[in-house]
Design a protein around this ligand. Structure first.
Ligand code: C5P
Length: 222
């Protein structure tokens, strides 16, 4: 069976990584969480007191940074320069700064270059904001996941509470809306549905319904 590339884009907390992981597992494909790569750089920038507005400082930091995405039983582990930062990159400090770090052209070019090298042979499910438009424009299946801000904040809130993290629903709504605005309005590779992507509003769908819909698109292309 031929191995294809699957691009899953959409706004913050739309369930992209949850469905991407399930699909990658079903197909025995690799899963690449591109947001985790921008988060890892942001975390390192925070640790090194780098100015998020300085493209020059961020790109030289990135050039000397190793980011690895390693599969594990609990999902994907993110290693930064050989150290596991899977939990650290999800803090609100990182979440609230990552959209500023990811705005810069040179940072994006380097990240896209690394992401494309993972997807060279197909057999990849990649999620992010610009996968269908820039990273894998040739992907056989492109999906753009949407859900209302209220629904996305509510899902993230439940996730946080289940993990034992403190969580404020109103604050989550604000943070998600703010990140969407920055990601959609940036100049370079903004969050945008590719012309040939299939849009899915998941507001009233379960994870399994979304997975089934994407799998039927995959079946048509394999
Ligand atoms: O997917 P996640 O919410 O973890 O992404 C974190 C941030 O990384 C996004 O809000 C966006 O600023 C940036 N990002 C990006 N392009 C991608 C993936 C993520 O700009 N392909």
């Amino acid at each position: 069976m031929r191995k294809i590339s699957i691009a899953i884009d959409g706004p913050a907390a739309a369930g992209k990584s949850t469905v991407a992981k399930i699909i990658a597992e079903k197909l025995n494909y690799i899963y690449i969480d591109t947001g985790a790569m921008y988060r890892a750089l942001t975390y390192k920038a925070i640790m090194n007191n780098i100015d998020f507005n300085s493209e020059r400082e961020l790109i030289s930091l990135l050039k000397e940074t190793k980011i690895e995405l390693l599969p594990s039983d609990e999902g994907q582990l993110i290693y930064l320069d050989g150290k596991d930062v899977t939990t650290e990159i999800r803090t609100s400090e990182v979440t609230n700064s990552v959209s500023t770090v990811s705005m810069h052209k040179l940072v994006r070019e380097e990240m896209v270059r690394r992401q494309q090298s993972f997807g060279l042979d197909g057999g990849v499910v990649m999620d992010g904001r610009d996968i269908g438009t820039h990273v894998l424009p040739q992907a056989e299946v492109k999906v753009f996941l949407l859900a209302s801000v209220e629904e996305r904040a509510a899902r993230r809130h439940v996730e946080n509470v289940n993990k034992g993290f403190s969580s404020d629903l109103e604050q989550l709504k604000q943070e998600i809306a703010n990140r969407d605005k920055l990601d959609s309005e940036r100049e370079i590779a903004p969050l945008k549905k590719a012309d040939d992507a299939v849009e899915m509003d998941t507001t009233s769908l379960s994870i399994h319904q979304v997975v089934d819909k994407i799998m039927s698109l995959v079946d048509e292309r394999i």
